[in-house]
Design a binder for this molecule. Structure first.
Ligand SMILES: C=C(O[C@@H]1C=C(C(=O)O)C=C[C@H]1O)C(=O)O
Length: 275
C-alpha cells in the first residue's frame, strides 16, 4: 500500500467543507486537525505533506519551495464574522495589542490595517493564548479568530472591527486567510482531486455541517449555514489573487513577510510528469 498522505486542516468551522469526507474520497489521506499557526509550524517541520496554512505563512515559507494548490482558499469578500479586533480604545489610540495565538495571517492583517487606515504601529504586541478569552486580556485591543471570535460579547468594547470588512473597505478586494499549501517534493497521490470533491460536496451538504457543528459551538443553524455558504468564500480566482498580492506587498512593507514573493502553484500529477 502507498504511504499515507499527511493532510493538515484547520480545526475551525470555516474549514469543514474543505475536507468533507476526505478519508472516504482519498483512503490514502491521513487527516490531522490543528489551529492555523500550528499547521504552519508542522508543514515547515516536514510533519505534513499538504496543509491549510495561513496565507502569510505561504509567503514566509516560499523559499522552502512551497506550492499552492490552485483554486482553493478560505477567504471573504466582505465581513467574515470570525476575525475581529475587540478594542477598548479608539483604533488610533491602540498601543498595546494582543494577538490570537492560533492565527498568523490575521495577526499581520490587523497590523497592516492599523498602519494603513490609522497610521498606528502598536509599541507592545503580545500573544493572546488559546485558552484565554478576549475579556480576560488587559491589552488595549485584542485580535480573536475562528469559532471563538463569533461568540465574544461585543458589549464591553469601544469598537469591534470585522477585519475582512475593514480590508474590503481599504482596498476594494477580497481577503485570503488560508491556502492549501504543498511541501516541496511531497507525493499527494489522488488527494488534490479528492479535495476538489470534498469542497463541492461539503458545500452541497452545508446544512448537514451546520446541524452537526452549530450545537457543539453554541451557534444557531442559520448563523452556521450562512457563514459556510455566503460569508466565507472558498475560491481562489483572480479577485482573490489580487487581494493576496496586495496583502503580500503591504505586509512586506511592514516587515511582516518577505519582499517580492511569487505565487507558485502545484501542478496536477499528469502535467508535472508529462514529457
Ligand atoms: C476566517 C478565518 O480564517 C482563518 C484565519 C487564519 C489566520 O488568521 O492565520 C488562518 C486560517 C483561517 O482558518 C477564521 O479563522 O475565522
Amino acid at each position: 500500500m502507498a504511504s499515507p498522505v499527511r493532510v493538515g486542516a484547520v480545526s475551525y468551522l470555516n474549514a469543514k467543507p474543505l475536507y468533507y469526507r476526505l478519508e472516504e474520497f482519498a483512503p490514502e489521506a491521513r487527516l490531522e486537525m490543528e489551529v492555523p499557526s500550528r499547521l504552519a509550524e508542522r508543514l515547515a517541520a516536514g510533519e505534513l505533506d499538504v496543509a491549510l496554512i495561513p496565507s502569510v505563512e505561504y509567503l514566509r515559507g516560499a523559499s522552502r519551495g512551497y506550492e499552492i494548490l490552485p483554486g482553493f482558499a478560505i477567504g471573504a469578500r466582505g465581513p467574515v464574522r470570525s476575525v475581529k479586533l475587540f478594542s477598548k480604545v479608539p483604533a488610533a489610540a491602540i498601543d498595546r495589542l494582543a494577538l490570537d495565538a492560533g492565527s498568523r495571517t490575521s495577526q499581520a492583517l490587523v497590523q497592516v490595517w492599523l498602519e494603513a487606515r490609522h497610521g498606528v504601529r502598536p509599541s507592545r504586541i503580545e500573544p493572546l493564548p488559546l485558552g484565554v478569552s478576549a475579556l480576560e486580556s488587559t491589552a488595549d485591543a485584542v485580535l480573536v479568530i475562528g469559532d471563538r471570535a463569533m461568540k465574544v460579547p461585543e458589549g464591553p468594547f469601544h469598537e469591534v472591527v470585522d477585519l475582512a470588512a475593514a480590508w474590503r473597505e481599504l482596498t476594494g478586494l477580497p481577503f485570503v486567510f488560508a491556502l492549501w499549501v504543498v511541501r516541496r517534493g511531497a507525493d499527494l497521490g489522488d488527494v488534490p482531486e479528492a479535495l476538489a470533491r470534498c469542497r463541492a460536496e461539503g458545500l452541497e451538504h452545508a446544512d448537514e455541517l451546520a446541524r452537526i457543528h452549530g450545537p457543539r459551538l453554541g451557534l444557531d443553524f442559520r448563523t452556521c449555514y450562512d457563514y459556510l455558504t455566503r460569508v466565507l468564500s472558498y475560491d481562489l480566482g483572480e479577485p482573490e489573487l489580487a487581494g493576496l498580492r496586495r496583502f503580500a506587498a503591504m505586509a512586506a512593507r511592514l516587515g511582516l513577510a518577505p519582499e517580492g514573493v511569487n505565487l507558485v502553484f502545484h501542478r496536477p500529477r499528469d502535467l508535472a510528469t508529462r514529457r
